[in-house]
Design a protein around this ligand. Structure first.
Ligand SMILES: CC(C)(COP(=O)(O)OP(=O)(O)OC[C@H]1O[C@@H](n2cnc3c(N)ncnc32)[C@H](O)[C@@H]1OP(=O)(O)O)[C@@H](O)C(=O)NCCC(=O)NCCS
Length: 150
């Protein structure tokens, strides 16, 4: 019985075949999906994450997605989303823990993320804290460029 339950609910690596469903999940959260994103943004994100992109798959329903990038000196967590219907069940925590575990095994010393203000308490509850650096950004001008969402 336990074995069957384990088969039905799992964190597994995200693949390119998951992209349409991941996109739906991201678009289900107001303001999460940036309308100005490149059409192939998710494909690029998964390619860059390599084996640090995971989904929470529950009986065939994708309820969570996380994506991080190991850049050698440090790693960045770029996406984390749990479906509204599945929040406060520990899914976000387990997804972050999975990424952290992978990075610890590689001896990566630190993981950064720019986090939504509404998600700050979630990260702090997992032990995250403010670094001694400031987050800056530059708008990359181009034809039809829009103001950045963040
Ligand atoms: C942030 C998010 C990923 C959390 O996922 P989740 O699966 O609901 O989180 P968990 O159930 O693992 O929460 C673990 C702990 O974090 C804290 N926490 C989670 N959500 C919280 C909230 N909204 N307010 C305060 N604390 C919160 C709690 O301590 C919680 O433990 P508890 O439920 O036993 O009290 C989810 O709310 C989400 O997808 N939000 C919208 C998108 C987003 O903000 N993504 C992050 C962008 S940086």
């Amino acid at each position: 019985m336990t074995f069957l339950l384990r088969q039905r609910t799992m964190i597994r690596k995200a693949t390119e075949e998951d992209i349409p469903v991941i996109k739906q999940l991201m678009q289900s959260e107001p303001d999460y999906w940036n309308q100005d994103s490149r059409p192939d943004a998710l494909r690029i994100a998964l390619g860059s994450a390599k084996d640090l992109a995971f989904v929470w798959d529950e009986e065939g329903s994708m309820l969570g997605f996380i994506c991080a990038h190991d850049l050698g000196f440090r790693a960045y967590l770029s996406e984390l989303i749990v479906h509204r219907s599945a929040r406060r069940r520990g899914i976000g925590k387990q997804l972050v823990q999975r990424v952290q575990d992978e990075l610890v095994q590689r001896k990566c010393p630190v993981l950064f993320s720019d986090v939504w203000r509404t998600a700050e308490m979630f990260y702090r509850s997992l032990g995250w804290s403010e670094p001694k650096v400031t987050l800056l950004r530059i708008k990359l001008e181009g034809e039809n460029s829009q103001p950045p969402a963040i």
